[in-house]
Design a protein around this ligand. Sequence first.
Ligand code: FES
Length: 174
Amino acid sequence: MACSWRDWEQVSFLRRSRPTRTLNRARTLIREMDNEIENRDDGRQRLYSDTLLSHFRNPRNYGSLPSPDIAYEEFNPLCGDRIRIELKISDNRIAAARFVGDGCAISIAAASLLTELILGADIDKGEAISGEELVSSLKSDIKPSRMKCALLPLEAFRSCLRISTASGSERDSK
Ligand code: FES
């Protein structure tokens, strides 16, 4: 299947109309376009870098932790995809980070890269990991219409940090 701007117009239309069936159709279309872009070998401009494709095809840290200290699942209302980030905390540092979910090539690659970026980080400094840093680590031309895909795992991670801060202040006030 050759993807074109007409496909993106159709995705935008389906996203605007929202009901589950149209969300599923939008998601299927995005998967088909991702697949077509991923398998391009005809010299047209490559949209996805080797880094993105490697993390999509072989996601690092995919799967659930046996007993995570914090976990949060973020949902993309534009397509219905979900990414769940799970963390193990030790001495205020991220000792293990994993993810599970159903997403497009960009969101899976971003989740995989994020789990590598945050490993060992001080939980209080996790907010320092910016959207720009995560997007640039994909080394690909992420269009504005797909930015939500790239940032979905980071939103889930930030919610984990908020849970950690809230439970920390609860502990401190006891
Ligand atoms: Fe759903 Fe990318 S298309 S997260």
